[in-house]
Write a protein that binds this ligand. Sequence first.
Ligand code: ACO
Length: 324
Amino acid sequence: MSSTQARIIGTGSYLPARIMTNAEFESRIDTSDAWIRERTGIEQRHVAAEGETTSDLALVAAQRALEAAGVGVSEVDLIVVGTTTPDIIFPSTACLLQHKLGAKDCPAFDVNAACTGFLYALSIAEKFVRTGAARTALVVGAETLTRMLDWNDRGTCVLFGDGAGAVVLRADSQLGVISTHIHADGQYQNLLYNPVGVSAGFKDEPNHGVRVMMSGNEVFRVAVRTLSRIVDETLAANQLSKDSIDWLVPHQANLRIISATAKHLDMPMDRVIVTVNKHGNTSSGSVPLALDHGIRSGLIKPGQLLLLEAFGGGFTWGSALVRL
Ligand code: ACO
């Protein structure tokens, strides 16, 4: 067994300039700032500019992560991007990002696991690094979710935003990503999905039928249950007690889902990174955005133990235990 570990040595993130507040919805649909805040914790979200694509968001997040890590583009030997909103059908967003970064030759591919995309990408990349197949991996979660919203559906359009986060993973002898756990259960596809695509076909509807279809209440219940299970699984796999975790870095979908997971872990909210109020649900972007915020704001300190988790369409869910 190789003793090579995969450490996170730099993080970065990017949110598009345009901020859309809850108040902006009030004049368009039957909703209110108070309802959105109370039910979700969301105050605002960022919306990509016209022509600004997922790979553009990923590029800035990746450049910031590389700068924080002190790593040059030429050292990157693997790029994995978690996204469910690729720029185009192919080439992958990872290939577009590779070119924009000025990187060459290294493998680059996307992972679609909806909101769990970043944790899937991290889980794959850490195995490349641990086995010696890569030494320096760029792992990104990036989305332009607002492009697939039905702005008349109040049950979904208030929830999502655009954004990207990235980490640089480096082979090291010290512990970093200690364990990752990823799962899926396709039987729930009809609770959260986008109904159209190249193979199933598009529709003669606004935005070609591209929209988020969601049974919010049921998704909420399964998410709370499943996230409790995955944090238990992560602790048990590492023979850790709840109080050994310094920070919970959760998927930022809904403050009530985050609070329920924190409660299950007996963690006070001052040890939970919360950014959902500032950018809504950015799907694959959300965990690395929260991680970067935690690190850059000085909340998360070197050497601390972090539990990252996410849940999303599929259903998919996953976690990572990380020593920073
Ligand atoms: N403004 C005002 N009223 C609304 C809005 C809105 N934006 N959206 C729904 N409502 C109404 C509903 O129509 C319903 O009205 P009714 O009682 O007259 O029928 C009422 O509010 C209650 O609806 P519920 O769906 O029961 O409300 P709930 O408290 O469950 O909150 C929400 C809805 C916020 C979508 C919640 O279920 C949720 O967050 N679910 C998780 C979904 C999620 O996060 N999905 C993202 C991807 S998966 C993931 O990342 C976890």
